[in-house]
Structure formats: structure tokens, C-alpha cells
Design a protein around this ligand. Sequence first.
Ligand SMILES: *Cc1c(COP(=O)(O)O)cnc(C)c1O
Length: 366
Amino acid sequence: MASIAETSLDFAHVAHPSPTPAERRATVLADPGFGIAFSDHMVTIEWSEERGWHDAKVGPYGPITLDPATAVLHYAQEVFEGLKAYRHGDGSIALFRPEANAARFNASARRLAMPELPEELFLESVRQLVLTDRDWFPTIEGGSLYLRPFMFATEAFLGVRPAKQFKYMVIASPAGDYFKSGAPAVSIWISDYSRAAPGGTGAAKCGGNYAASLVPQAEAIARGHDQVVFLDAAERKWIEELGGMNLYFAFDDGSLITPPLSGTILPGITRDSLLTLAREEGLTVREERYSIDQWEADTRSGRLVECFACGTAAVVTSVGKVEGREHAFTVGSGGPGQLTMKLKDRLVSIQRGTAPDTHGWVKKIA
Ligand SMILES: *Cc1c(COP(=O)(O)O)cnc(C)c1O
């Protein structure tokens, strides 16, 4: 569908008139937290039915003005992505599998009745922002520049139908550890709520899914846990995923299970990368349904030795305590597992350029 004109859009560049003073930026970059601070610029590209994608721009980061009737504010027609840029030891800048983010962005867009963005334009938009704000990489160990591409309906119209006007944007946020303490293991609450139902939007990365997960997440926090785990909506039996991370279960016979992409789970790029890395480690990996009762039974018998959650923001994190209305158990030692740490190290080393990239996953952009 992408015409040549669309994929070769020229980006206008407007420098920030009063960029963050170097001293303040240095303070931020020494302890960025997650999702709190933003770089000086952002990308915007407009879409309309008549003109397709147009007006690509890297401009000053700042508020946007919306008509109160803007469709996204009423019907949540919005999709997003999340990926990281890494500064390697040799000073070069790399992205990890950004083509996979571009493809998933379009899969999400199709589900939300939104226009697709040519993959080259997605990649170019991210590249342009990172190069413009290349001074925004955290100076702390384990830091990265988190990139958030997103698209939403901008048409001012209250009728219920797909909008005819959209805005695509990319913002960048220097990032340290996603979990405050760099948590050794997260504690999770088994929610009575559902995140996604068959035929719903569970496989799309859209704001609406997150809106629906906030009450369950808040409930988990109120009960003293870090995260919430969702069971399938139909049988309330099969483990699906956390609010924003996929799950893996490791057994004492060297096998690994992760729930299959059945349409109600977000197809994580971290999940997919770990499928490959785990097989290279000689593990038998199966994409297979796994029930909550089995999880507890296998933990108690010692057959299940580790469990971990994975996603771009927090990479790989062990699951320790698990609790629900009918369940309470602790996986392994309750701390970070050996295999979990090994797989995390394998992945992070590739992302950070300290181990060879034998899969063509690392894309150097500078
Ligand atoms: C983004 C996301 C993930 C993880 O995907 P990655 O590509 O690994 O970052 C998992 N679950 C949900 C619900 C998500 O939104």
C-alpha cells in the first residue's frame, strides 16, 4: 500500500528554541528513572484520507493542542510501540529488532481500524529522533534511550466509525531500571479481572488494553504485590501474561514453557528473542498452555524451578511470590533464578553490543 512518495517523506527539522541546559540534562541522565524525563525533541507525522502520510517533522518536545471532540479522547483509537536505543562501547548507537516493532505497530493499527505506517517511515522516524537527541543517553550502567512511537485519531467527530485523520508521534525518554530497586524478583497477584477475551484486542498494543488493566494493577499493589497476572477470559484457568510482560516457566528437566500466541496475548519481541536464545542454550522450549493449578502443583513438587517475565522495558525479571484468591506459593528461592539471569545476560549482551549478534537483530543507526 505504501507509495514511494510516502516512504521517502522528508523530515522538516525545527530545533528546540530553549533546550534543556547541559547541567540539568546531566543530572537527569545520571538517574533517569523510567518514563519521567523526556528529550528535547519529538517526531510528528500527519495522516489524512486525502493526503495519506504528510508533514513529517522533528520539532521541539512540547504540548499538543486538541479539539475537545477529538476522536481518541472519546473512543480510544490509539496504538503504540516501545523500543530502546543503546549506546555501545565504541560510541555507536543501535536499535534492537526495530523492524519487528514496525511490523507489530501496523498489526495493531489494522486491529484498531487505523492507517498503516510504511515500515521504512517508522524506522526513519525513530532514527531521526535518536540522532537529533543523541546527547540524551543515560550515563548510568544499564541505561538506554526508551522510544515511544504512537498514533491516535485526531479527527474532531463524535460519530462512532474509524476516524479519517491521525497523528503519529515519537518521543524519547532516558531510562534506567524499570522496577525501582532493580527488583531481584517481582511478586504477582492473580487477578479476577480479564485483560483480553477471544476476538478482542489482546494482541494489539493499544492504550485501551492498558486502561482496562489499571484497576487490576492497582489492586495488586494494594495487596502488596508488584504486578498482576491475567488468566484467560473464557475458562479462567490458563495463564496468559502480566499487565505488560510475557511469561516463561522453567522446569527441572531443562524444558521451558511460554503461553502460545492465541490472539489474547501480546506478541512480545523479547518473548520471541528468548525462544531463539533458550533453544541455543540447549533448552527444549514449547509454546503451550499452562494452567494456574499446574503452576502451583509444579512449584510445590519442585518440578518448576524458575519463572520469569519479559518485555522491552524491564527486559527479564524473575517472578518470586504468587498469590490469588485460591493460590499462594513462592517460585524457587523467591529470588532471581540462575537460568533467568543467564538468559537475561545473553539477551542484554547482544542488545548492548558486548556479545556477537548472530541473528541480525542489532541495527546500527550511527
Ligand atoms: C509491549 C508488551 C509486552 C512486551 O513486548 P516486548 O516487545 O517484549 O516489549 C508484553 N505484554 C504486553 C501487554 C505489552 O503491551
